[in-house]
Design a protein around this ligand. Structure first.
Ligand SMILES: [Zn+2]
Length: 343
């Protein structure tokens, strides 16, 4: 029997990314211009992870990440590390945001563990062994790439699923108790959801630690009918910037798994108060048991200023503590960080 860690009830966590310190952005620029060595850049990434961990620790987050300091972008990072992808250049995604869109030009193959080094470093400087590691899901990697090799998008997604599974198994071996698959693209093509869900299940097959699935943007009503079929333990969703209205969807679809409850908006620099956070959690408690709620920001914090991101984390923690006080009176104080679905 595996020994699962104990965490406070309503564990606080993050979705993944955190703002890169200003000096790290400048260091990355210098590295691109060839003005500093690879080793110096690596040292800067490591130092940034130490800073980010410290912010999470000071805020009081139970299950931190390393802030994804090494990842410029969530698809590009994995495409760069897999055989089968090439990059032609930048495409415009919205406004004046540009994205280096990868293209699949041959069979996707696993070259080497992609996250091992960053995870090992995070573990070596973390204040807790309860680390969460995020990985972009097979559907989103495919959806945000050009497919110039596979006959169908479905074939590509299932090949990617096998690779993500290999990577996740590696993370489990390293002792990571919580992995999160990020699939922001999932709700965007409704007709593809049924097989995309099967591909996600393939990607998490045999993973016997907590598995979350994060979806942002899009209409959750399109995904909810598949919630039971998805073999994840938890859906981490944005609720705050939708005014918690989607809690009704959980009720409507008789949702029984856990949620990662987004309680602060990552698109607004206004910092929510702890009271506001507590109010959001109480709304969720009307539709789900307290044991099934994890508390986190709506999405990654990378686009906020570091100061605002930190303050939002403090509110997440302080607001959660308020609700915990009330749960304590009912004898609820801790839960185990463990899977609830057999994969
Ligand atoms: Zn997100």
């Amino acid at each position: 029997m595996k020994n699962y860690p104990e965490v406070p009830i309503l564990p606080t966590t993050v979705i993944g990314s955190y703002p890169r310190p200003k000096w790290l952005k400048e260091t990355i620029q210098l590295a691109k211009m060839g003005k500093i060595s690879k080793a110096d850049l690596e040292e800067a990434f490591n130092d940034a992870v130490v800073d980010v961990m410290r912010d999470h620790q000071l805020a009081g987050i139970d299950i931190p990440t390393d802030g994804e300091m090494r990842r410029d972008e969530m698809v590009e990072f994995f495409a760069e590390n897999l055989k089968g992808f090439t990059f032609y250049g930048f495409v415009r995604v919205w406004g004046d945001a540009y994205y280096r869109k990868p293209s699949v030009v041959s069979k996707i193959e696993y070259k080497k563990p992609m996250l091992e080094n960053e995870v090992r470093f995070a573990q070596s400087v973390s204040y807790t062994s309860n680390l969460k590691v995020t990985i972009t899901g097979p559907y989103t990697i495919a959806d945000w790439s050009f497919n110039e090799y596979y006959k169908t998008k479905e074939d590509l997604v299932f090949d990617l699923a096998k690779i993500i599974n290999q990577e996740l198994r590696n993370l489990v071996k390293m002792g990571i108790p919580f992995v999160q698959v990020d699939e922001p693209a999932l709700p965007t093509h409704e007709e593809e959801i049924p097989w995309a869900v099967q591909a996600i299940n393939e990607a998490i097959k045999g993973i016997d630690v907590k598995v979350g699935l994060h979806i942002c943007y899009g209409d959750y009503a399109k995904v909810m009918p598949f919630a039971e079929e998805m073999k994840v333990d938890q859906l981490a969703l944005e609720f705050k910037n939708r005014d918690f209205k989607d809690l009704n969807l959980l009720k409507k679809f008789g949702y029984t798994k856990e949620i990662g409850l987004g309680v602060v908006d990552v698109h607004s620099s206004e910092v929510e108060s702890p009271e506001e956070v507590a109010k959001g959690i109480k709304k969720a408690l009307q539709v789900l048991e307290p044991e099934k709620i994890y508390v986190n920001p709506d999405c990654g914090l990378k686009r906020l200023s570091r100061r605002v991101a930190y303050q939002k984390l403090v509110s997440v923690v302080e607001g959660t503590k308020m609700v915990r006080e009330e749960l304590k009176k009912k004898g609820l104080s801790t839960i185990q960080l463990k899977p609830i679905v057999n994969r």
